[in-house]
Design a protein around this ligand. Structure first.
Ligand code: RIB
Ligand code: CA
Length: 305
């Protein structure tokens, strides 16, 4: 059984679909602010459950960062965090507001062997867990996180969004001793999705296909609207590293989080010089064809069902 922590944008939903389609059963999901404020993240989760028939429990976590901010990419994704070319997720009944920290600690306490966590948003929930229940960190086998960027950022010139939204949480998690695998922007930029993939999903011809194609299309439009021909698959690349780690090369790195830089706050500084003290495995290479296939197969299978 595995746990997923997510800020439930479209790429998060596709990542969850990929894990749900794998041999790793999902024990639970914790929501965190990020792609949108928590109310919209909860609405997205409820809509995804309605559309995709997810049966695992989804719990509500941190609504703001460790220092209290609520940073979102609303200027790119709009108020819902999931733009569309037309159709949207179904308007569904609100999820029960069950507490994520309580649910995650209960899951960890019940494990016979350490469990894996896939983190797809700001690390606030994981940071709070590590401070509130350090005794449970030995029950975490690893956290695979989509976040950070060794070279350039996406939310700022320096910083990737999940890191920038809660840099203190990143610093806390990287200092906690938890075994971390990081799928950063540079790794995810090796795996691209484009207009032709939208056509493949729409060609399934069902109502679900129309919705998923409109959501995927709007995700691709993020790149097309800024003059690029294809969009990086962010969370799906982390999900692929989670379900198919043999499709990736990870290397030791000592990662520091910039907290104070006037222009660099939220930047991950990735040091791989000799004699560093590694605190993470950093994704260096992805088998892009394999990752794309896992993502597109999950979309087409969901569209058909
Ligand atoms: O920077 C990309 C990350 O920010 C992805 O996880 C996306 O869903 C947003 O959370
Ligand atoms: Ca995300």
């Amino acid at each position: 059984m595995v746990w997923i922590d997510t800020d439930m944008g479209f790429d998060d939903i596709l990542a969850v679909m990929m894990v749900a389609a794998s041999s790793k059963p999902v024990a639970g999901v914790s929501l965190v602010f990020g792609n949108a404020p928590m109310d919209a993240v909860r609405a997205n989760a409820a809509g995804a459950v309605s559309l995709l028939g997810w049966r695992f429990p989804i719990h509500t976590g941190a609504e703001r960062a460790i220092l209290g901010g609520v940073e979102t990419p609303a200027h790119v994704l709009g108020p819902t965090g999931i733009p569309t070319r037309g159709r949207s997720l179904p308007q569904a009944e609100a999820l029960p507001r069950t507490d994520a920290l309580a649910a995650l600690t209960a899951w960890l306490e019940g494990l016979d062997a350490p469990g894996e966590i896939l983190a797809l948003g700001p690390l606030t929930n994981i940071a709070i867990l590590s401070l509130a229940r350090p005794d449970l960190l030995s029950k975490i086998d690893s956290v695979t996180w989509m976040g950070g960027g060794a070279t350039r950022g996406n939310h700022t010139a320096s910083a990737e969004f999940n890191a920038f939204a809660d840099p203190e949480a990143v610093a806390i998690v990287f200092a906690s001793g938890i075994s971390l695998r990081v799928a950063d922007l540079d790794l995810c930029r090796q795996v691209l999705v484009g207009p032709e993939d939208v056509d493949v999903v729409r060609a399934v011809g069902t109502q679900k296909a129309e919705i998923l194609a409109d959501l995927l299309g709007a995700y691709v439009d993020i790149a097309l609207n800024s003059g690029r021909s294809a969009m990086a698959l962010y969370d799906p690349t982390a999900a692929a590293a989670f379900v198919a780690p043999d499709a990736f090369v990870f290397e030791d790195a000592e990662v520091t989080m910039e907290l104070a830089g006037a222009h660099t706050r939220g930047r991950t500084i990735v040091d791989q010089r000799p004699h560093v003290k590694p605190n993470a495995l950093w994704g260096m290479r992805a088998d892009a064809a394999r990752v794309r296939a896992l993502a597109l197969d999950a979309l087409v299978e969901a569209a058909r069902s």
